[in-house]
Design a protein around this ligand. Structure first.
Ligand code: ADP
Ligand code: MG
Length: 670
């Protein structure tokens, strides 16, 4: 081959050949660079081998975060002496035979690279014994060179130890983080494998400390509870099993509003293998949609089973990533599974909220001494005699303090009626933001400051359960709530059968408007107002291309946009509910915000996102004072929403403080 660079010395002038085959040891180190990044990758490969070997129990012991030593012991099939030596060769595997097998991988491993790679960058010891064999085999390898092979008397199964990781590669060793960081990566690996295989018992010991001791269990839910604790388990919804011929999905998902700032708890298993895949992440995001706060990630334990031939796992040396043959199909299945799981939560509210408020579980029993009931709990006789009907309520704020807020009604009317003239349309567009004033410093002040930090991330606070709406949108029968008052001009205090409910009236209104707009948009498009003077918008060629491709969805969302020569567009209509002072800037913002999303999500989503982004401007401001009937209606409307428990941005709309929690707080119950 001729040298490509003219600056290279001419071949003939050198007596040393320019190309040489790498020695086996160096080749393994090169391969190890891809497979063995850190102690956690060693743990991953070894545990996967144990799982492939049919182990029922896997014990992982690390020292100093795995940097000093990693030992994985299993009770799997073990190996005879020939295999124990062969498994240390590169590309030696028992899991595939031909190229054809690559097309449908049924095991976690298949590349035949892990053991030689690990052995080439550590002080390595393998002891293995087949069940029933008279003796086992022990092989000791240092930096890829076999030092000794002899009989050993270990229990059936395999034990592999890798000490002093990267001791012969100081440059790699420098990349390792602190012991604690490396240990937490190892722990995450065990987490993944343990969730992926509840039927296997796992033990993790770090520096003599038992981190996990997980017995084998039959149910995934039990494994999640053992590993993540009952609090998180209570926040999960089971995915209703859905399945086409090609794809089956099961597992658990966090309820609406349950989220994390990293993807660490977003676990997805594909045919038993923990995978990372952007199609799947986006599908989850799309399924959660408004039930997830921006920048947050869902908590999932999702298991996808599909024909191994429909997915390529041979994309990444560490087999983390996968590629789908038909990514649209898998995306839709995940979106659907997520939606159904979230919707299933509605059913559970129904049961809790059929009871009348005040008829809390402890009412008849002696949980509360009479005359010493918790906030809002009326005594039984008062309730029975109907002295206080839900309609009368017990609003604590004097009527004089109310100023009627027109905003809610106006926004609603804009949706219902298409304004005939521009004048009317402009009237419909709503007044300016008021800077949020301090909440009233009333009797509730201290209460409020106590409650405030609980919103929105406290895991123990569940979305409040309510009655489901009837077809007409109103809750069936008597309302399952009673309004007690308004705290800080923002939080509506209510009583329901389970205890105290706090509703963020601003968030609630956002949710209501959002769903109304969405329905309207689906049915008849968004009401638009024509601009008297069309505006021109100049954009870069890339943005112009983007706009051209999405003209239809923008039109559906009420934005009238027309190509007007190269890189120029004419804006001649806008949705009436938009209060955009600067429409061209608005369009630019929409382009910026949504360009990323468009590649991965459906077109309808695009329109929804836009509505969500703008709906806030019309929602009741935190300090708007609502009269009782308005509050009542707000709550009714909220309960009639498809996803009442969070606003379109994924923040909670209501928080339930159950009697149980109140009892705990007041020290009545431990
Ligand atoms: P792969 O897992 O891709 O086949 P590895 O290098 O991880 O490649 O392992 C090579 C072979 O060694 C495996 O195919 C398997 O036959 C054998 N092996 C590795 N670990 C174990 C184990 N814990 N128990 C039994 N056999 C094992
Ligand atoms: Mg392997």
């Amino acid at each position: 081959m001729t040298p490509r660079h003219s600056t290279s010395p001419p071949l003939a002038s050198s007596t040393v050949p320019r190309i040489a085959l790498l020695s086996e040891a160096v080749a393994s180190q090169v391969a190890a660079g891809e497979v063995v990044e850190r102690p956690a990758s060693v743990v991953k490969e070894l545990v996967e081998n144990s799982i492939d070997a049919g182990a029922r129990k896997i014990e992982v012991m690390i020292r100093r975060g795995g940097i000093s030593s990693i030992r994985v012991t299993d009770d799997g099939s073990g190996m005879d002496r020939d295999d124990a030596l062969l498994c240390l060769e590169r590309h030696a595997t028992s899991k595939i035979r031909t190229g054809h097998d690559l097309a449908a991988i049924h095991t976690l491993g298949f590349r035949g690279e892990a053991l030689p790679s690990i052995a080439s960058v550590s002080r390595f010891r393998l002891a293995t014994r087949e069940p029933g064999a008279v003796a086992g085999t022990e092989v000791v390898v240092n930096a890829g060179k076999i030092e000794s092979v002899k009989d050993c008397g270990d229990a059936p199964g395999t034990q592999i130890e890798a000490r002093s990781l990267f001791y012969n590669l100081p440059a790699r060793r420098k990349f390792l983080r602190t012991e604690n960081t490396e240990a937490s990566h190892v722990e995450h690996q065990i987490h993944l494998q343990a969730i992926g295989h509840p039927e296997i018992g796992f033990v993790l010991v770090n520096d003599e400390r038992v981190i996990h001791q997980l017995p084998p269990v039959a149910q995934l839910r039990d494994r999640i509870r053992d590993l993540c604790g009952p609090a998180l388990t209570a926040e999960l919804l089971e995915v209703p099993e859905i399945g086409s011929d090609n794809i089956r999905i099961r597992g658990f998902l966090g309820k609406a509003g349950v989220s994390r700032s990293s993807r660490a708890q977003q676990l997805i298993f594909l045919n038993g293998r923990a995978v990372e895949n952007s199609t799947l992440s986006f599908a989850l995001r799309e399924g959660y949609h408004t039930a997830l706060m921006k920048g947050q990630h869902p908590v999932t334990f999702l298991f996808i089973e599909m024909d191994p031939a429909a997915v390529d796992v041979n994309v990444h040396p560490a087999k983390r990533e996968v590629r789908f043959r038909n990514s649209a199909e898998i995306r839709e299945a995940v979106v659907e599974a997520t939606r159904r799981a979230l919707e299933s939560d509605r059913g559970s509210w129904t049961r809790v909220f059929h009871a009348a408020p005040g008829a809390f579980p402890g009412a008849e029993s002696s949980v509360f001494p009479s005359g010493n009931r918790p906030l809002g709990a009326k005594n039984a006789s008062e309730l029975e005699s109907g002295q206080r009907s839900p309609e009368q309520g017990s609003l604590q704020i004097s009527q004089n303090e109310f100023q009627r807020s027109q905003e809610l009604e106006k926004a609603r009317q804009e949706l219902v009626q298409r304004p005939e003239t521009d004048d009317q349309a402009r009237q419909g567009s709503v007044q300016t933001d008021q800077p949020g004033s301090q909440p009233a410093q009333g009797a509730f002040h201290t209460l409020q400051s106590n409650f405030h930090p609980l919103v929105p991330s406290q895991m123990s606070l569940e979305p409040a359960p309510f009655l489901p709406p009837t077809a007409s949108g109103a809750p069936a029968g008597s309302p399952g709530f009673r309004i007690l008052g308004v705290l800080g001009r923002l939080y509506v205090l209510m009583e329901n059968a389970s205890g105290l409910v706090l509703v963020d009236q601003h968030a609630a209104h956002e949710r209501i408007l959002y769903e109304e707009m969405l329905k309207r948009m689906e049915q008849q498009g968004v009401p638009t107002q024509r601009l008297l003077l069309p505006l021109t918008l100049e954009v870069s060629p890339r943005d112009a291309d983007w706009l051209n491709r999405h003209l239809d969805i923008l039109t559906r969302a009420g934005i009238g946009l027309e190509p007007f020569g190269a890189g120029t567009f004419k804006i001649d209509a806008l949705p009436t509910f938009l209060r955009a002072g600067e429409p061209t800037q608005l369009i630019r913002d929409i382009i910026d915000d949504l360009r990323e999303t468009s590649a991965q999500t459906s077109k309808l989503r695009l329109g929804e996102e836009m509505i969500v982004k703008n709906v806030c401007r019309h929602a009741v401001k935190a300090n708007d004072v609502l009269r009782e009937p308005e509050l009542e209606r707000l709550i009714q409307d909220l309960l009639a929403c498809d996803l009442p428990y969070c606003c379109p941005h994924g923040r909670p709309t209501m928080i339930q403080l159950s009697y149980g929690e109140l009892e705990k707080k007041f020290g009545r119950k431990v």
